[in-house]
Design a protein around this ligand. Structure first.
Ligand code: NAP
Length: 381
């Protein structure tokens, strides 16, 4: 379990807590939150743990039994990933997930992938590695998981278009004047999902939806012009497929990450222990709304989709720039409305190059981080 102390990781452990007879947690990995990790160790009793921040090892050693092996640092993370497992659950945030993911694809029978940045910046590399080692790659992200479930029911040449939904995030109803003054706290109050900080900000700019369009393209090999976004504020429908005879299949469930996580753990069977109540029991579905995306209101979504169609280093650059800029916004160094000009500047000032190796991904990631920091220092502070 990679990223066990994060929002998705904690949800995944919650699911495993409900399926105690069927699963044993072999290892837990985090970056620095050793307090939470120690609690998880006491509950799930793994054989090994990994804490990437080496300065936390001594503290952790005093908190968990001596029998639990501790891996640490970047090399420890890759060693931890090189253990054989039935399922590797990847919920580390950001590009930091890419290297352990590539290693896990080599050593695990199945990889359940929650992290989206890896597919965004290195979709081809990830797919190639899964194919090479014959490892089953399952999507956990709710929209992609919903599409996975829907697409299993049809043949590829029967599909006209696929649709994924967007809640629109916490600021959907804000005017441009209100957006200029918005604080991190408001953005983090997502109306339907409880998630990590970066993805919650990315949901408000719809960068996250752009990333999901890329995940859809990479996972299912579907052309970008066949992927549509529907604004659906209630987050009950996650995806739909439109077939060539006009039939439309959709996938609904409560906005609760434990549902797609449980599906991935139990795949190919269904063994629902999390949700017993159907969403049609109440009035929720009656009040559902569906509409098109206003690209003028979400210029960052437009930028991400333009970068996706280029298929070169553009996505690596945008992802890194977004991570740095969102972090600055969360630390209140820049305004919410600074995000677009920053990303647009870095994107338009990056030379376009093909990317085909991990080293090239890391090179452009570092380049974009530096460029973004430089720009923020000069223009925003
Ligand atoms: N949250 C959701 O509902 C959701 C839904 C779909 C997809 N996703 C995707 O899932 C991923 C995780 O999202 P999240 O919301 O769970 O993030 P989060 O709450 O910020 O958690 C991130 C996790 O990754 C660990 N981590 C961070 N940097 C690391 C590093 N360099 N090396 C090793 N571990 C590191 C953190 O450890 P510490 O706690 O020690 O810092 C934490 O366990 C993202 O790619 C996100 O887009 C999330």
């Amino acid at each position: 379990m990679f990223g066990s102390t994060g929002s998705v990781g904690a949800n995944a452990l919650d699911v495993l807590g409900e399926h105690k007879k069927d699963f044993r947690v072999q290892g837990l990995c985090t970056c620095r939150n050793v307090g939470k990790l120690a609690q998880q160790v006491s509950r799930f009793k793994p054989q090994s743990v990994c804490v990437v921040d080496e300065t936390k090892v001594t503290r952790l050693r005093g908190m968990i039994p001596n029998t639990v092996r501790i891996f640490s640092g970047r090399s420890g993370l890759l060693e931890f990933a090189a253990q054989n497992a039935d399922i590797a659950f990847m919920a580390i945030s950001g590009i930091a997930c890419l290297e352990p993911l590539l290693v896990s694809l080599q050593f695990s029978r199945c990889v359940a992938l929650a992290n989206k940045e890896s597919l965004v910046v290195a979709g081809k590399l990830v797919r190639r590695q899964a194919k090479l080692h014959n490892t089953l790659l399952l999507p956990v992200d709710s929209e992609i998981n919903a599409l996975f479930q829907l697409l299993k029911t049809v043949k590829k040449d029967e599909i006209n278009r696929v649709h994924i939904t967007a809640s629109g995030g916490a600021l959907y109803a804000c005017t441009p004047a209100q957006l200029r003054k918005v604080k991190a706290k408001q953005v983090l109050a997502h109306p339907t999902w409880r998630m990590g900080r970066r993805i919650t900000v990315d949901s408000a700019t719809l960068v996250n939806k752009g990333f999901e369009v890329i995940e859809t393209h990479e996972f299912f090999d579907i052309d970008y012009d066949r992927i549509n976004i529907i604004v659906h504020r209630e987050s009950l429908m996650h995806a739909a497929i439109e077939l060539n005879d006009g039939t439309f299949f959709s996938c609904f469930y409560e906005p609760d990450m434990r549902i797609p996580i449980e599906y991935a753990f139990c795949y190919p069977r269904r063994n629902g222990k999390i949700r017993k109540k159907g969403i049609f029991n109440g009035k929720k579905v009656q009040n559902c709304t569906f509409g098109p995306v206003d690209f003028k209101k979400f210029p960052l979504l437009k930028l991400v989709l333009a970068a996706a169609k280029k298929g070169d280093n553009a996505l690596t650059v945008l992802n890194a720039s977004d991570e740095v800029a969102v972090d600055s916004f969360l630390k209140e160094r820049i305004a919410f409305t600074d995000l677009y000009p920053i990303l647009e500047y870095v994107y338009t000032h990056s030379p376009h190059r093909k990317i085909s190796t991990l080293d090239e991904v890391i090179y452009w990631d570092t380049w974009a981080r530096n460029k973004t920091k430089e720009y923020i220092e000069k223009k925003c502070c």
